[in-house]
Ligand binder design. Structure first.
Ligand code: ADP
Length: 766
């Protein structure tokens, strides 16, 4: 047995025994199946999702990309994507035997059983996974026909309902992976759209790619692009950091430029003064940028690049993580695909497989000399692919772009507790989505108000995560439109390029799209026979709805690539959904359909209905509070089409009111106490109940809830210039850290350049 194998085995056994030990007490820890379905090809080339790419890898034939490309191109479309039964059989056993030093497979299998980790899932050594169970290569059920292209057998006939219809006319660069997935599921593609409605609309960029969709499901949420711009993401996470600093410490300290320049400058100086040996580095990222565009490193605020006069570009400046985990001396980051299946109720899935993207120049801690070495500091594929050192590999576990599971495998072999790493990543993903959801709900209701016909939405997001040297995951950014390309460009001769298949991209991305489609199958949950959850589980495990299963190629599909993490882990995380509760109040008083901003009357009604006004808080001071906060946020969000109080401003006002009323408590408890008070009042009296008049459009606002299923200027007042706490309440003091911070950077806010409305460039990798 090789040393490598022994090490992994020992670690897995340790994990097993710890997993079998005491019942888990700590609810913050997630015991989850570690996504190691595809060990490196040298151990087992059997892929998790059984895609064409994996088949190539499994065959272990060394084919150059170019040759591969040619033969790939020579085949007809169907043939290109069709594998015979023989091809779809388990990977060559010889490989596994070799990896396990000649042991017979049944013995390896027994050992494998030993390596299972109770409850946390299964670390797979030399086998693929089906329906969440370990299946050894030689035990794979006969009917399990892998690959998208196996012929239907005689048993899986008829009973076929109309296939699910997918409009792919706007799919853009996702098209190739989408086509493969649709073909795999035997659904029906409409490449140029369709006069009648489709079940699913696949958009390449935004919810608005196709207008006037009245039914079905669209793979984008309204507002997601806007929410995931770097500044908005930073703001959303920061609000959560104010309430839950420990829980949200996975996001590097960030400042929004130009409005927080002064704060950034002061804080970086204080850091340096506190310890002269500290030489912090910062990374500057333009707000709407992607693929590393415009990013640079600095060591001092005076190094910020300026545009027009002394103005800095709209951007986020962030603490640079200077001790990342390295593999072979190279920095890398992880791209994980996350599906938001629904906003209400919130459902989140994480792909069990992702990508690891490597730098192409050995890493050194930042110094004045190497700050501009992008191949050393930035892991973006689009940048590194231009380096002569970039390695395109046919294997899934080597080269400059690899599977995430191969990295985990490698880490496990070095004794890393990968179970903890995976659990921390799941937690990071859930918390990040929690930060986005409140505002997404506002966008959603503005675009698809209740009562108006429209589609439901889902979306695949690309999470970029860096592992620090101490293995702590750090969120770099979230992409609203992660690249779903499964080919890469290759130079054939000077100036001539062709697209060649990229096995690693295909392995991961086709799995993600195919399983997203399976989860969004409109037939799901329609059978009255069993409990919906159970039914869904059964259907998914077996490859789709019972009706559709017969229609899918191969009868039974590989196990789901996507794993539900929410509501699965509701118990551990739901206490973090505080801002969502504030957003529910905001939405309740928002009034007119399609609005995203609360008018002064709505705000007053909120105060009155929740009985927040008393001798300490006059309605005049409520008005001043409204005007002050609204004006400041309007300056910060100059591209808004509407006047009024945005959700962030409402949240700030809410924090302020909570601080005033529950002075002695920590902020989080202040806010929760006020929430309980407001919710209690509204429950007792209902909107328009005693003591409360209705907001502008009472009928609408009382009905207004985010059911993402279709069934269902005056006086200027600067508070920091006014009286102290406890004094005249018509002069409210903004004492939340955010408020002070925002107030302190007022000069910079006023000099902001307006952003063009509806810019879809941000976070678009395609
Ligand atoms: P883009 O959208 O342009 O790709 P990112 O935020 O993903 O912007 O940053 C690009 C790259 O810069 C990341 O892939 C990562 O390698 C590096 N990077 C970003 N933020 C940090 C940070 N705070 N610390 C260290 N490296 C970072």
């Amino acid at each position: 047995m090789s040393d490598h194998y022994v090490k992994v085995k020992v670690q897995l056994e340790q994990m097993k025994s710890s997993g079998e030990g005491a019942e888990k007490e700590d609810t913050d820890i997630i015991d989850d199946e570690v996504p190691m379905a595809s060990p490196p090809a040298s151990v087992s080339p059997i892929p998790a999702s059984c895609t064409t790419a994996a088949r190539r890898d499994a065959s272990k034939t060394s084919v150059t990309g170019r040759n591969r490309s040619k033969s790939w191109r020579k085949l007809g479309k169907d043939e290109r994507n069709t594998y015979t039964k023989q091809e779809s059989d388990p990977a060559p056993q010889g490989t596994i035997v070799a990896a396990n030093e000649g042991k017979p497979l049944n013995q390896i299998d027994n050992e494998r059983q030993m390596l299972q980790i109770k409850e946390i899932g299964k670390i797979l050594l030399g086998q693929t996974e089906t329906n969440g169970n370990i299946v050894a290569p030689n035990q794979r059920p006969k009917e399990f026909k892998v690959g998208p292209h196996c012929k239907e057998d005689g048993n899986t006939v008829a009973k076929r309902r109309k296939p699910v219809t997918v409009d792919t006319s706007k799919a853009k660069t996702s098209l190739e992976a989408l086509k493969l997935s649709i073909r795999h599921l035997k659904w029906k593609e409409f490449p140029v759209g369709r006069r009648s409605a489709c079940d699913i609309y696949w958009h390449g960029v935004s919810f608005h790619d196709n207008d006037n969709i009245l039914s079905g499901q669209v793979n984008k949420f309204p507002g997601m692009i806007e929410m995931l711009r770097k500044i908005n993401l930073s703001r959303a996470v920061r609000t959560m950091q104010e309430l839950f600093p420990e829980e949200y410490n996975f996001y590097p300290r960030s400042w929004i430029l130009p409005e927080e320049y002064q704060l950034f400058s002061t804080q970086s100086r204080l850091t340096k003064n506190s310890d002269a040996s500290l030489k912090p580095t910062f990374i500057v990222k333009p707000d709407g940028g992607s693929q590393g565009d415009g990013i640079y490193l600095i060591r001092d605020p005076s190094d910020l690049r300026v545009i027009a006069g002394s103005q800095t570009k709209q951007s986020v400046v962030q603490e640079y993580i200077h001790k990342p985990l390295l593999i072979d001396k190279l920095k890398f980051d992880i791209r994980l695909y996350v599906l938001v299946k629904s906003l209400e109720p919130l459902e989140i899935y994480i792909a069990k497989e992702g990508l690891a993207r490597f730098c192409t120049e050995p890493y050194q801690e930042p110094s004045q000399k190497n700050l501009s070495h992008v191949f050393m500091h930035l892991t973006n594929y689009s940048l590194n692919v231009q380096s002569g050192n970039f390695i395109h590999s046919d294997s899934l576990s080597s080269g400059s772009k690899r599977t995430f599971s191969s990295v985990l495998y490698r880490l496990a072999s070095k004794g890393v507790d990968i179970r903890k790493v995976w659990s921390d990543i799941i937690s990071l993903v859930i918390k990040t989505i929690f930060a986005l959801v409140p505002e997404l709900k506002v966008y959603y209701l503005a675009d698809i108000p209740p009562g108006k016909p429209g589609p439901t939405c889902f979306q695949i997001l690309g999470f970029d995560i860096l592992l620090m040297k101490n293995l702590k995951p750090v969120l770099l950014e979230v992409n609203a439109n992660p690249s779903m390309r499964i080919e890469h460009e290759q130079k054939v001769s000077p100036g001539v390029f062709e697209y060649v298949p990229s096995p690693v991209d295909e392995e991961v991305k086709v799995g993600v799209i195919r399983d997203t489609l399976r989860l969004m199958d409109p037939a799901q949950g329609k059978s009255p026979t069993s409990h919906p959850e159970q039914q869904q589980e059964e259907m998914l495990m077996e490859g789709g709805s019972p009706e559709r299963r017969a229609g899918e190629e191969g009868g039974v599909l590989p196990s789901l690539f996507l794993k539900q993490v929410f509501p699965k882990y509701t118990k551990q995380f739901s206490y973090l959904r505080t801002v969502e509760r504030i957003a529910a109040l905001f939405l309740r008083f928002l009034g007119v359909k399609g609005n995203m901003r609360l008018g002064p009357t709505g705000f007053r009604t909120f105060i009155r209905n929740c009985k927040l006004s008393n001798s300490n808080l006059s309605m005049a001071s409520v008005d001043i509070l409204y005007i002050d906060i609204t004006r400041r946020w309007s300056n910060m969000l100059p591209d808004s089409r509407e006047a009024g109080m945005c959700l962030q401003a409402f949240v700030e006002a809410f924090f302020y009111l909570a601080q005033r009323r529950f002075k002695s408590l920590p902020l989080r408890e202040q806010v929760v106490s006020l929430l309980e008070m407001c919710e209690g009042q509204l429950e007792n009296h209902g909107v328009g109940g005693p003591g409360g008049s209705l907001p502008e459009d009472s009928t609408c606002s009382s009905r207004r809830s985010v059911s993402c299923s279709r069934t269902q200027p005056g006086r200027t007042h600067h508070p920091h210039h006014t009286s102290t706490a406890g004094q005249d309440l018509s002069a409210p003091q903004l004492c939340s850290p955010a408020a002070l911070r925002r107030a302190s950077s007022q000069d910079y806010r006023l000099r902001q350049r307006p952003r063009p409305p509806h810019t879809h460039k941000a976070n678009v990798e395609n």
